[in-house]
Structure formats: structure tokens, C-alpha cells
Design a protein around this ligand. Structure first.
Ligand code: FMN
Ligand code: MN
Length: 471
């Protein structure tokens, strides 16, 4: 069953005991980020609750965080599935997307504010890296733009810096789909229409943060995920459509050719990204439901919601590509959270011939050219999610001189600070070269039998466990 809107999903999350509400008023300048950070550091990734803040500074809108990627169980609930079936659900959605449909109206039209009524100050003004971010940011926007030539829609999540009552700074990486749209409009010296939904059915924001081929309508993938078309309504002041039941919708134009300082911002690498000259969106309308809930993501130092979500989403996407597009005998795929769900990629395979290990690595690297800086391939019996087992496989199945393969001069992750010193801006060409290593930690020849106590003896010992004085 598809969730009608964010609030219906939150009810589900709460009844599953996975949403913890904080009732007292909190200070958005430090307290939201400090509490959330402490939850991410204190609980393992299976035990983390999502958080709701009922009163955030002067804002009337409650804030929720961790509701999509607090833990794998939460992520699975967002997809109305189980942790084991996450890859399957993504695969089905990509094979069978469902186009969105137009609706006459929706919850996001309950209140419509224009002109001098527009005030971004009404949103929770959360500072995520106190003392270093230049001010508050919107971290979970679903940003809708369209291709100037084909009119095809793109939906992506790109951070927004709050810059006053009706202005937002936008950071879009150069390879992102919205960056193409910006280039198109700016080449024509036209301001680009932008619509931003905040607080949607979680399948929509999950599609928004995921990479699909250019031209894919992320809202159709969301339809496939939820098993029902996403209803859309027309915007008031821009020629775009937005999810009808979004909590809040911001409409406006990106001013052609204009740039302003954006950032620095605490990134998913665990370091501050330097920031730089970026576009600005000027709002023409805010529409919302009467009692909206504001949605945020936690990024910065892993583990974060960003690293948890991207680990699950990217692992599912690479698995789908290797297994079902390329037909390789891949068993499991895992981007580690400590690697920011970017740098360390582990893949298990039922190897058929030695060269297949490179086919697997190249397959993954071609789908995600910036990711998998350290790619480890292991045999099918090794649990890709267990750092212990992966290190064991590297230790006893690989010889560094024989079993590693390096490529230099490839595009690195844009936020990887190891490529260049901190005073070099994020888009500087000096940050554009990186390298990758493949570690083939599969067994290459006949191995001695594993030194394990036979399962039957372990079983017998377990049956007698209490006799040994254990509880
Ligand atoms: C929490 C979070 C924050 C993100 N922030 C940004 C950002 O500020 N800028 C950006 O270019 N991508 C950001 N991304 C990544 C994009 O959302 C992602 O690459 C997505 O595929 C973009 O949509 P597109 O593929 O249609 O361009 C973020 C992802 C997550 C999970
Ligand atoms: Mn896209």
C-alpha cells in the first residue's frame, strides 16, 4: 500500500516504535544537529530511531529527521518492504516505473503565499555544522526542474542555503542532471523555473537522491516503488508540477548567470567542503498544507543518515546493474558507511573464471564512475556487510603484488578531500583526477579445508549450554 503523504508514513513509523518525538523547544542553531548526531553515534545502524522535534526555535513547523535513512529497518519501512527485499523492490520499480498522474488539487495547496507574504524564516532554521556552516540549510529538498529542449522533468536533492526571506543558495555538482538544465537556461540567458517540495511520501525523496540515466523521470520510479502513480498538481507561478501532497512547496527562478558565495558545508566525507560561487533561487510562491511537517536529512561525518541511505540505495543499484543488466554472478554488494557510502565498495561473486573479477569491478565503476575508490571483490561465502569477514578474506585470499589492479587519472568523488588541499575550490580542475584500486580477495586456487569446529559439535555444545554454567 502506498503512503498518501509524509504524515501517513510517520504514523506507520511511530506505530512500529521507530520514531522518537522530542516535545520541548529546541534551539535550531545547535540543538537539532547535536541531538541527532548523538543518536547516530550512540546507536548501531540497526537500532537507531528516527527523530521528531515538535518545537524548533520560532518555527511553527515540527521537524523530522532520520525518517528515511535512520536505519535499514526504517529505510525498508519507507519502501513498505523488509530489509532483505530492498534490492528487489528497487529493481521492480526501475523495470516497471509508473508515470505520475495529474490531480486537480492536493494538500500542498491548502495555503498559498506570494509576494511579500513569502518568508523562508517560517521554516526551522537549522544550522548543521555550528561554527562552520555559514547559516541554516534545507537538507532534504526534492528539486524539480526541466530540460529546456525536451521539457522532460528531473527530480534531484541538492542542498539549499537559506539566504533571507525569499532567497536560496543552491549547490548542484557539475555532473548532476539539474546542472545540465542550469547550463541550458543560462546559455539562452533565461531564468530557470524551479519547484522544491519538502516533506513527501518517502519513495519520492528516495528516488530524488538516487542516480538514474538522464531523462528518467524520478517520479515514475517513485510510482514504481510505491506501486501507485504519484499525483501531481501544477505550480502557481512556474510551469512545473509538484507532488500534490507535499508538506511544503517553494516555487521560484534561478537567476541566469548570477553567482554568490555558497557554503562551506559539512559534507558526507566527514569534512567541510570548501564552498564557492553558486547560483541563487528567488522565490515567487510558497504553498503548503495547513499543518506541515518539515523534513531534513543529517549529513556530515559518517555514520549519518546520508551515508546510511546512500549505502542502501547505491548497493541496490550496483547489484541490479551487475546482476541483471550485465548478467554477472554477483551475490551481494555493499558500500560501507565508514567510506561515506562512496569510497569502499565490497562485492561478493560466485566466480566462474579469473577475469570475471575485473569485469565486476569495471561494471561497478562504469555505473558509478566516481565511487568505489577501494573496490574489494570476495567469494560468495564472505559476508560483504561484515568488515571482519572482508578483512579476513583480504588477509588470506589476496597477495597485494599479484591481486591488486590500479587505475590512475579517473574522476574522483567531488567531495574527497584527499585529491587536493583545502584551499582549492570544489570545482577546480586540480580536484578532477583520482585513482582506484581493485583488490581481488577471491580464492585463486585450491585451498586447504577451513579450520572450523564441525557444526554438529557446536550444535551439541549449544544444547548443553546451561550445563556449562552459561545463561
Ligand atoms: C542527504 C543528501 C544530500 C545531498 N546533497 C547534494 C547536494 O548538495 N548537491 C548535489 O549535487 N548532490 C547532492 N546529493 C546527491 C544527489 O541527490 C544525487 O546525486 C541525485 O542522483 C541527484 O539527482 P540527479 O541524478 O537527477 O541529478 C545529496 C544526496 C543526499 C542523500
Ligand atoms: Mn535525474
Amino acid at each position: 500500500m502506498a503512503y498518501h503523504d509524509l504524515q501517513e508514513y510517520l504514523t506507520r513509523l511511530e506505530s512500529a516504535g521507530k520514531l522518537h518525538w522530542i516535545e520541548q523547544r529546541v534551539d535550531p542553531a545547535w540543538e537539532v544537529t547535536a541531538i541527532t548526531r548523538q543518536v547516530f553515534d550512540r546507536y548501531g545502524w540497526n537500532a537507531r530511531p528516527a527523530l521528531g522535534f515538535r518545537q524548533v526555535g520560532a518555527s511553527e513547523f515540527p521537524l523530522v529527521i532520520g525518517v528515511v535513512g535512520g536505519s535499514p529497518e526504517i529505510y525498508a519501512l519507507a519502501l513498505s518492504t523488509t530489509v532483505e527485499k530492498i534490492s528487489e523492490v528497487w529493481e521492480r520499480a526501475q523495470r516497471h516505473p509508473i508515470d505520475p498522474v495529474s490531480a486537480p488539487t492536493g494538500l500542498c495547496k491548502e495555503i498559498i503565499l506570494r509576494g511579500s507574504e513569502i518568508d523562508l524564516g517560517s521554516l526551522p532554521q537549522v544550522v548543521w555544522t555550528p561554527g562552520q556552516d555559514p547559516g541554516p540549510y534545507i537538507t532534504a529538498p526534492v528539486i524539480i526542474t526541466k530540460d529546456a529542449e525536451t521539457g522532460r522533468r528531473n527530480v534531484g536533492t541538492y542542498r539549499l542555503q537559506l539566504k533571507g526571506a525569499n532567497r536560496l543558495g543552491l549547490y548542484v555538482g557539475g555532473a548532476q542532471h539539474a546542472a545540465r538544465h542550469i547550463r541550458q537556461y543560462e546559455a539562452n540567458k533565461q531564468d530557470m523555473p524551479v519547484a522544491i517540495a519538502i516533506g513527501v511520501d518517502p519513495t519520492i525523496v528516495l528516488s530524488s537522491i538516487s542516480k538514474f540515466p538522464y531523462g528518467t523521470d524520478e517520479l515514475a520510479v517513485a510510482g514504481g516503488l510505491r506501486g501507485e502513480a504519484v499525483p501531481l498538481v501544477r505550480c502557481e507561478t512556474v510551469d512545473l508540477e509538484v507532488p500534490a501532497n507535499a508538506e511544503i512547496v517553494l516555487e521560484g527562478f534561478l537567476r541566469a548567470g548570477y553567482r554568490e558565495q555558497e557554503g562551506p558545508f559539512g559534507e558526507f566525507s566527514g569534512y567541510m567542503s570548501p564552498g564557492g560561487q553558486q547560483p541563487v533561487i528567488e522565490l515567487t510562491c510558497i504553498s503548503r498544507r495547513r499543518t506541515p511537517i518539515y523534513h531534513s536529512f543529517l549529513s556530515q561525518m559518517p555514520p549519518s543518515e546520508s551515508s546510511c541511505i546512500r549505502s542502501l540505495s547505491r548497493s541496490a543499484a550496483v547489484y541490479h546493474h551487475l546482476r541483471h543488466v550485465l548478467g554477472l554472478p554477483v551475490r551481494a554488494v555493499h558500500f560501507t558507511e565508514s567510506g561515506g557510502a562512496s569510497c569502499v565498495l565490497v562485492i561478493s561473486i560466485k566466480k566462474e573464471y579469473p577475469e570475471q573479477v575485473k569485469e565486476v569491478a569495471w561494471g561497478a565503476w562504469s555505473l558509478m564512475n566516481k565511487e568505489g575508490k577501494f573496490t574489494v571483490v570476495v567469494d560468495e561465502d564472505v559476508d560483504v556487510r561484515s568488515p571482519f569477514q572482508v578483512e579476513w578474506a583480504m588477509s588470506f585470499h589476496a597477495q597485494p603484488a599479484r591481486d591488486t589492479f590500479m587505475v590512475n587519472g579517473v574522476v574522483p568523488s567531488g567531495v574527497d578531500p584527499s585529491t587536493a588541499s583545502a584551499d582549492i575550490p570544489q570545482h577546480d580542475p586540480r580536484r578532477r583526477t583520482g585513482s582506484k584500486i581493485l583488490i581481488d580477495a577471491t580464492r585463486k586456487h585450491a585451498y586447504p579445508p577451513p579450520a572450523r569446529v564441525p557444526a554438529e559439535f557446536i550444535e551439541k555444545a549449544k544444547q548443553k549450554w546451561s550445563e556449562y554454567g552459561f545463561r
